[in-house]
Write a protein of this length. Structure first.
Length: 68
């Protein structure tokens, strides 16, 4: 290895993939982002902004035809 390269710089700081048998603790920032996403999804459900899968698929098909 080149002497100017520190092997520690080549090691990932966090895993790209975490498997069920591995422990991984979320950072406070990751936890806050997840909490915000969950709260936004809950609000969408309460306000009726979530629609059935069939409607979502139809919308995706229309969008694809327009974009394609």
């Amino acid at each position: 290895m080149h002497p100017e390269i520190d092997p520690a710089d080549l090691e990932p700081t966090k895993p790209d993939h975490v498997y069920p048998d591995q422990d991984y603790e979320m950072t406070p920032e990751e936890m806050a982002e997840l909490d915000a996403d969950i709260a936004a999804a809950d609000e969408d459900i309460r306000m009726g902004r979530v629609f059935p899968l069939e409607e979502a698929l139809a919308e995706a098909r229309r969008t694809y035809r327009i974009a394609g």
